[in-house]
Write a protein that binds this ligand. Sequence first.
Ligand code: SF4
Length: 539
Amino acid sequence: MGGVMETVERGKTMLDHIKDGFSNFKGKEFRPGQDEAIRLILDSPKKVVVICAPTGSGKSLIGMMVGAAHEKACYLCSSKQLQRQLMDDFPEARAMMGRSNFACNQDPQNRNADLCVHTTATPCNLKGDCDYEVHKRAALSHPLQILNYHYFLTEGNYVGNFAGYPMIIGDEADVLEGLLTDFIELRLSKARLDSLSLVPPRYRTATAQSGLSSWREWAAEEGAIKIKARMDKLRGRITTLKPDAAFTHQDKLAVREYKSLEALLAKLAMFTSHMDESWIFQEQKNSRGRVDGWVFQPTWLTPALSQEYFFQHGDRFLFMSATFPPRTVLAQMVGLNPGDIDYLELPSTFPTSNRPVLLQPVADMSHKSYEEELPKLVKEICRILDKHPHERGVIHTVSWKLNEAIRKLGDPRFIFHNSIDKDEVLERFSESANGVFVSPSSTRGLDLPDDLCRFVIVAKAPFQNLGDKLVSSRVYGGGLGAFWYRAICAQDLVQASGRGVRHKDDYCVTYLLDKQIEKLVVDNQNLFPKYWMEAVDYL
Ligand code: SF4
């Protein structure tokens, strides 16, 4: 008993000591559940600890403290903007970003470090003082580093730096599978192949029996040969460029093309060595129905793939996010054994009365009853808008088709975006008095505190598109596919409803209108975090 108490006391002292090392948190109290979570993570014998931490639970401090308890750690986040935010909160850590974020010291007004032409044959006399190199060295020698996933994957796998960590912390780690798949998959555009005078293989279509193997042979032979030939040609030009000379526009284009071909060649090599019959490939078509590209992806990340490109870079991992699928599904998605994972859910520090989630299943928006049920959905949306005449809100339409149907209502409060102007339109929305942001693609990434959003309508269950071959291969491929399909929808639903409640005094009501959502919630309560289920009720 005394021993346990001693351990706890010692643990407390150690945690306070680590916390006080962060100037913005020195002397401050832990939020509910924070210190227990840190202790569990540090004591866990498992390779991966997953913390399901709702907004406001202070997960950044948890992650940073876990990192600081190790000799060296890397904190990964999904964007440069988040890296900057973390640096504001934790100035004791050290962030590092890719070359395009640093000016080249040789010609800082005209080029960035991604156009670096330093080689042993043409050395740069400023390399020792090069901004990019100086920052990189400082980050590499720092015990607590903040990187974005993209930079980490590129450096760790291609350059060999930023690897060998005792602890890696993945923030918003529910995106890890997608990022890792993007890193491994091969995308080829027809325009790119045309520019290299490369003809696709004879059996190139997704339905051809030997389609995949034809592409592999093509990648290993013809594809690689033509790319190397073009690189040789470009090298002839690039090697004449002196680092201290001014680059013409053509010089810059040549360096960019060379580096992009180098990356493509590495992708082809990855594809030829890992692709097997479990991979899928899809043709991409333009608006006239012509094939203008091909995408090759593994149906699931295998343990071998995720080990080679991610897990080999660390000994232990902490994954944090407001939502995660159940342990078995997560393990399947990132190529782990469920037994490798410890799983903890933190409570929400926001009162449930500030974040009600109201089930109001008025229409079945599944494919087969969509047309018949649409009028009921539209009527309910109008009724909810009348209930909030002076407030801003968001309607998640989930599909462009439903987005268009809602546009036809012609309500002047509606604010729509397209695939390229979302940020601009959001500005307009935030300046409006009672605008309603209507979007098919904003269940994640929107941060709308206080008056920016007082109500959220989820008009349709955010299921993944079964028309996508990757999704259908998983769902109809047996195993955990169908469970994964429901789990991802549940995660998106929780994310969608969280856009308007960003701190403990904030409030926002969520309306769930699709009968498919009701079915998902009622039949699969284990797919939702407890803090979210506590807020769910029927209207
Ligand atoms: S040319 Fe020199 S200064 Fe410019 S990015 Fe390369 S090493 Fe840095």
